[in-house]
Design a protein around this ligand. Sequence first.
Ligand code: SIN
Length: 326
Amino acid sequence: MTAPNILVLATGGTIAGAAGDAIRHDYRPGQLGIEELLERVRALGIAASLTGKQIANIGSEDMSPAIWAALHRETSAAMAEPECDGVIITHGTDTVEETAFLLDLTLPTTKPVVLVGAMRPADAVGYDGLRNFANALQVVRSPEAAGRGVLVVMGDKVIAARDVRKARTRGIDAFEGFPRASVALVTPSALEWFGAPWRVDEPARFAFAEALPDVPILTVFAGMPADYVARLVTPATRGIVVEGLGEGNMPDPVRQALVALAAKGLPVVRASRLEEGLVDREPEDEANGFVTARALGPPKARILLALLIASGVADLVAIQREYDRR
Ligand code: SIN
């Protein structure tokens, strides 16, 4: 295989983190610059020509619409370059699912785009960042990687953006996929895809929105009073995602408060606070004026609703159709 040209966009996270001590638990994400990281990657001797660009160097709790816009701009430009074979984005693990899903919905599928992170900082004993990066290189170099949308590589798994979730706070196997556990298994020397690409040469599904509309997440808990809904909604709010109990359930006073907002034209999407589980449409959703998130957890349901609103999709049937498609 000739060495492919890969653009590496760095945003920080634990993959670029440092503790200053190999066995210390606490550390700071976003300490290594991209050139330091690429120097270590190049020393692995994998056939790839890597060009690094530092977009940010943050903990991903500080991921922002401005950084998303830069990532989208740089990735789109790279995908349009005939010489570029794919893009790797280094990212903190806390919000990688949101960035992956946003890019998945707003980029074409013509070249591989892979997000990668780490659970242990770069100076820790057992740093997983280098292995995850080597795995990401395996994926991006694969002729079968395009046509699957944006992918996340963590812990020897390749998980599609629609499915990926950080499921555990610690451990190098912190990521899960739902409903598909993974679309491939990968090591630095092997890659096994489960099935053929399913989104070959798809154009971007939505235009990228520089400013996403205000869509908060309402986390439901036992005994929640209805006034939590009013406390969350401001004049800027354009829609709400409900992180509901079980299959997207909520106490009746909360339901009534949300029905009143839905009646005023605010889209209300029921999702679940559980890690895994579909939230399907029930007969009462019609009467309540609610939409259901299907397989999307609340953070991704929020991204989709914000993009739909930004694209001018206001009709509840059309909004539900988009959740049913994911
Ligand atoms: C972060 O998300 O930036 C910190 C956690 C991590 O990368 O694992």
